[in-house]
Design a protein around this ligand. Structure first.
Ligand SMILES: [Zn+2]
Length: 272
């Protein structure tokens, strides 16, 4: 049984400030250590529940956050970017399920460090009219190749969104949001204990159906932070300009949407 684990940083216990996610400061060095510890807790839980193969995808910012030397050797490590499937790179059709660690609420929703893919590029993403989080998009791709979302850890706002979009997935609440940059959090060691137990329960429990929040084809609407970012995206012939900051396009799959959004994210950083 193979388990795929994607790890972000904003939903990790003890992480509340944007500095925690940005390389080049002491808060980041602390946060990447906490992220690595929660990853190892999820690996341990999956292994205890019978996983014989585990892949971990480092999925925040530069995607080189996890301290590779400290990753539990029972797992393989996918890291670096760009890569075709971004935060879900490495999932396979024969996987038993997906676990998301350190995830967070969508751009435009309440929650600690809420954003979708890139807070400096996107202020909101909708898919077929549904407000999309990273879980919507990346667990959506897993589902389109037949792999269900088993569990996701983060704040209580992530859990609220999961209850709407992936009700069979187990929400692992490691902190309560007090705002965009404030939380009442479990201590990191308690968070790791909870993640280990809950991932083990999710992996050993009944396997849910693979669920997409909305089925392809997908009309993806992207509201950028600045007008010039939308100007750049609208240069592509398959994009429609909706308003000053919004561009939309249609694709046949979540995998295709992920590739276009990653390209938009890189392009937006060149003109912001
Ligand atoms: Zn994220």
């Amino acid at each position: 049984m193979r388990i795929f684990i994607s790890v972000d940083i904003e939903g990790v216990a003890g992480v509340v400030a944007s500095e925690h996610g940005r390389r080049g400061n002491a808060d980041y060095e602390l946060a990447r250590r906490l992220m690595t510890d929660e990853t190892n807790a999820a690996i341990a839980g999956a292994a205890e529940a019978g996983a014989t193969e585990i892949a971990v995808a480092d999925s925040h910012g530069p995607m080189t956050n996890l301290i590779a030397a400290e990753i539990d050797p029972r797992a393989r490590l996918v890291s670096g970017k760009p890569r075709p499937l971004s935060m879900i790179q490495g999932v396979r059709p024969d996987d038993h399920g997906v676990v998301l660690i350190g995830y967070h609420a969508a751009a435009g929703r309440r929650g600690v460090l809420a954003h979708t893919i890139n807070s400096r590029a996107f202020s909101r993403i909708d898919v077929n009219g549904v407000q999309a989080s990273e879980a919507t998009l990346f667990a959506g791709h897993a589902a389109e190749i037949g792999v269900p979302l088993l569990a996701a850890s983060g704040d209580d706002c992530l859990a609220r969104d999961l209850a709407d979009q992936f009700p069979e997935a187990r929400a692992i609440i490691v902190k309560e949001a007090l705002g965009a940059a404030a939380a009442d959090s479990l201590a990191p060691r308690a968070s790791c204990d909870l993640i280990r137990q809950e991932v083990a329960a999710a992996v050993s429990g009944p396997r849910p159906a693979a669920r997409m929040v909305t089925d392809p084809p997908l009309r993806v609407s992207v509201r950028f932070v600045t007008q010039i970012q939308a100007d750049v995206a609208a240069l592509l012939p398959f994009c429609d300009r909706e308003d000053s900051t919004t561009v939309s396009f249609e694709v046949a799959s979540y995998a295709e949407a992920i590739g276009v959004l990653a390209t938009f994210s890189f392009a937006a950083m060149g003109v912001s």
